[in-house]
Design a protein around this ligand. Structure first.
Ligand SMILES: [Zn+2]
Length: 165
C-alpha cells in the first residue's frame, strides 16, 4: 500500500512537472535547492555579489536576455548535444561553447583573482542558469533533432515537439 502511495505521488509530480514544462519553474526550483545548500560563508558571498537578491531571481534571467544582442555570445551555452552512439567527448565541439564549457568558464571567472566584481557577478548569474540547463534532459539531447525541437509528438491531442513537451 505504501509503495502504491509513493508511486502515485511520483506519477502526480511527473505529470504536474511535464504539464508546467521545464522552463522557469525548473530553473527556480534548482536555484532554490542550490541556495538552500550553500554554506553560510558561500551564502554571504553570493548575497553580496547579487546585491541581496535571491539566486531564484536570476534563475531564468539568461533565457530572458537571449533576444538582447549583448548576450549573443552565450547563444550556444544553454545546451550540449550528444548524438546516438556518441559521447560528449566524441561529439564535435561547438566553437562558441556549450553548457559544459560555459559552466567551467563561469566557475573560472567567479574564482579569478584578476576579474572585477561586476564580471564575477555576471558569471554567477550565468552559472545559476547554466546549472539548471545542465539538468534539463532536452539540453543534453541530440544534435540530429536539435535537442528534441525537430522530434514531433502529440500530447493529449495537441501537436508539439519533444523539447517543448
Ligand atoms: Zn537556458
Amino acid at each position: 500500500m505504501k509503495i502504491v502511495k509513493i508511486l502515485s505521488s511520483i506519477i502526480f509530480l511527473l505529470l504536474t512537472f511535464q504539464l508546467s514544462a521545464w522552463g522557469f519553474k525548473a530553473h527556480y526550483a534548482i536555484a532554490e535547492i542550490a541556495e538552500r545548500n550553500l554554506t553560510p560563508n558561500a551564502k554571504a558571498k553570493v548575497d553580496d555579489m547579487l546585491d541581496g537578491k535571491k539566486m531564484v531571481y536570476w534563475a531564468d534571467w539568461m533565457d530572458k536576455v537571449r533576444s538582447d544582442s549583448t548576450y549573443d555570445f552565450t547563444a550556444t551555452w544553454h545546451y550540449a548535444n550528444v548524438d546516438s552512439g556518441q559521447t560528449y567527448e566524441s561529439m564535435p565541439r561547438v566553437e562558441t561553447g556549450d553548457v559544459v564549457i560555459a559552466t567551467e568558464l563561469a566557475i573560472e571567472m567567479i574564482q579569478s583573482n584578476t576579474e572585477n566584481d561586476s564580471i564575477k557577478t555576471l558569471y554567477l548569474k550565468f552559472l545559476i542558469h547554466l546549472i539548471g540547463d545542465l539538468h534539463c534532459p532536452m539540453h543534453a539531447g541530440r544534435a540530429t533533432d536539435r535537442g528534441g525541437n525537430q522530434y514531433p509528438v502529440t500530447w493529449f491531442g495537441r501537436e508539439t515537439n519533444l523539447h517543448s513537451l
